[in-house]
Design a protein around this ligand. Structure first.
Ligand SMILES: [Zn+2]
Length: 279
């Protein structure tokens, strides 16, 4: 999961660091460089450094008072508290640490919390995730009512309704963080990989729109020489990165990102380990 360059202080690089890609000396060199790891593939492809990861315990022990077994007490969130994008991301990472290691605290799910939210909502993060039933943001980030503004579609594909929802979350609800969350074994990406490989004809259903949206990520992975073994995972990451870039240039969101009102980051969730890896 983590690369040797990861540091506990990696949050500063999660979305802010944009460095030039190293000069590639041809496709063969690029492929040779990326095959050992998916991060490197994205590095070569996107031309940006995508930062370290938070998975794997970078914050875990200290965030939970050194109790590595989890079961932390998590105070009800103060809705009036203003979090920065970085603080919001840290909160999600801590919640995922709890969840992944069996110590979910299930905060903000009391009757009192529900009642306190009658007058309005102040979610501290917006999450665009896949509709997959195994990828429930409130569960995997160990959050509760009023905490996350969640938009979901298969393959977390964008359309006008999804984009409009996210724009509302950022502009009207002032969420300081927007996470694009892909996941391992994503069926939507898998179906697209198969459609590309088999040169399948469109089905004539609206599922074609999902395939069309994910297809460029799969084709790009293919062009880089992804193998049968790693094309799905590389395509999944590339799909997340592509959506992050689309959001960063979208109306409303791009302006908010430029003025640092919102931090837009990508992540993938491993449905087996329960861990979120920040891209
Ligand atoms: Zn999926």
């Amino acid at each position: 999961m983590s690369s040797p360059t990861d540091t506990p202080d990696a949050e500063a690089t999660a979305s802010d660091a944009v460095e030039p890609a190293p000069a590639a000396s041809g496709p063969a060199a690029a492929i040779a460089k990326y095959l050992p790891g998916r991060r490197e593939a994205l590095f070569m492809l996107g031309g940006t450094v995508l930062g370290g990861t938070f998975a794997g315990g970078a914050w875990g022990a200290s965030a939970m008072g050194g109790d590595s077994s989890g079961h932390a007490e998590v105070a009800e969130r103060d809705d009036e508290e203003k979090l920065s994008g970085k603080e919001a991301l840290k909160r999600l990472a801590q919640g995922n640490e709890r969840f992944a290691h069996g110590g979910a605290a299930h905060p903000d799910q009391t009757v009192a919390r529900r009642r306190a939210l009658r007058e309005g909502q102040h979610p501290f993060a917006a999450v665009l995730s896949c509709a997959d039933s195994r990828v429930s943001p409130e569960l995997l980030f160990d959050q509760g009512l009023g905490d996350l503004f969640v938009v979901r579609s298969a393959g977390q594909v964008l359309d006008h309704a999804v984009l409009g929802s996210l724009q509302y979350g950022v502009a009207e609800l002032a969420t300081p963080l927007l996470v694009v969350l892909g996941h391992s074994k994503c069926g939507a990406v898998k179906a697209t990989v198969e459609a590309v490989e088999k040169h399948s004809k469109p089905s004539g259903t609206d599922i074609d729109a999902l395939v069309a949206a994910i297809r460029p990520s799969v084709e790009e992975a293919e062009e880089l020489g992804a193998t049968q073994k790693n094309i799905l995972s590389i395509s999944i990451d590339m799909n997340v990165e592509r959506i992050v870039e689309q959001l960063k240039t979208a109306p409303v969101l791009s302006a908010a990102a430029k003025t640092r009102k919102v931090k837009i980051v990508g992540a993938t969730y491993d449905i087996s380990t329960g861990e979120v890896e920040w891209l």
